[in-house]
Ligand binder design. Sequence first.
Ligand code: ARG
Length: 586
Amino acid sequence: MVNIKQAVQDAVSTAIVQAAAEAGVDQDSIDLSQVIVSLPPSSDLGDLAFPMFPLARGFRSAPPAIATAVAALLASGNCIWIADARAAGPYVNVFLHRSRYTELIASDLTSAPEKFGRTSRYEGRKVMVEFSCPNTNKPLHLGHLRNNALGSSVARLYAAAGAEVERVNLINDRGVHICKSMLAYREFGNGATPESAGMKSDHFVGSWYVRFAQWAKEDPSAEQRAAEMLQQWEAGDPEVMELWRTMNRWTIDGINQTYLRTGIEFDRVYYESETYLSGRTEIMEGLERGIFYTAEDGAIMVDLAEIGLDTKVLLRKDGTSLYLTQDIGTAIARHRDWPFEQMVYVVGSEQQYHFHVLFHVLKKLGYTWAENLYHLSYGMVNLPDGRMKSREGTVVDADDLLSQLTSLALAELEERGRDSEVDDPQATAHAIALGALHYYLLMVTPNKDMVFDPSESLSFTGNTGPYLQYVGARISSMMRKAGFDMASAASIDYDLLNMDSEWDLIKAIGRFPEVVERSAEGYAPSELAGYLYDLGKSFSRYYHDTPVFQGVEPATAQARLALCGFVLAVMRQGFDLLGIPFLDRM
Ligand code: ARG
């Protein structure tokens, strides 16, 4: 799509340069990059506003005088997107050419609605996004749902903005915590299986982790035995390996079902059991190159004074790796596997220090791509009653929460008498539950702790996923009633969309590609969420105030229906980027 905003910005720059020349001002004393476009508070003040005060010094004249000169040049200039320009104090307010702008948006949206919002901003850039990263001793919990929603959305946003994206998962499938579930199962399980216990397989494994905790309270030797089991695992003891494989399969199968249920996918999966020894060679090389040093006790260390921190062990004195070492090796291996320009780690805020150090060490090792590593840090999610404070066994299970949301959504559908209107009420309820969950988790800035309120998230009114899904369904049902099909929208006279409310909707639609880019750039699905909510509200207001097709002159009805179709197309694209299922009725 033509970037109209850029075209207007260019025209403004040209006008400023010309105004400067006419006033005898030296070109070198004006800095065009300081002229930053903004959106005027209302359409009668124009569509785009450019403040002139940053130019006052270079021009040696008052901003309103500069604005007057620039506005006059723009108004009589030859940018086809500008209908008029007026000075208002220090601002130049630009009025766009409404019908040309509308025609442009309409042609993009009719020819390829699914491409609207796709841009080439990051074309040629490879972005790896790591997210989820569960442990195989228990099922996913609410924190993972936030992580998955963020990772998945950021990956889609970057892809929409033109990047080539690789979604990776790192499964923590080894360590003493894994051995704890294994040990308790071997001790007390009597050969039970998820099938015999009638449990989802990851929940089954999780129950043995809980059982271990109880056991360890009564019997202090349990912890010691878990540590021994880890040693056996590291030595490749066949029986332990066999048990490990079986139980890991159970957990991973179960977790995959949860991913499927929530629309979460990966392109590549790494396993800690395969990477936990990595990083050692790189650290030894760094030592030789004098980047690291050996401490008195023989451990290999890095001095972090450059980033205002203390020192940190990279290899223990017995030569074993740490979490950090492993991540160093893994990052390097990933870059070898898939040479990215940028990598994002979606991991909880409690690991800020870890990633700060990790990125620094990789830079010290001389990897240029290490400049473009980003820790997308997110806060805790609690339920209103304060659960999730990770007391053993009481974390909010992801599957249970989803089931709860689904039954609440089903109850709501029944109460509204909508269950008979949809083909499959259960599937619709599930889609509403996902919309509620993902929107609620994504509308908040990631770094903040948050409270997930199930019933609030499901409200059909207000700033929620179901509200947006409802707006989408309402537009769809109107299209059906009117028998309107976007494909036949070719002969529409868009000049009939002559109300300010219609122009405001068109401009909002036109901003979508830019919102996608900004949301990707800022790792901020919340920005897109806010945009969609505003669009939903503007549409609802319009729909409330304006008859679209009933009792409306046919040509006008066609134009209005097309406009509604454009809103719908943008909402669908936006839903997809946030992981909100679209429903054509609800
Ligand atoms: N599995 C880890 C945990 O539960 C998170 C791993 C994060 N990713 C990484 N590359 N370190 O805390």
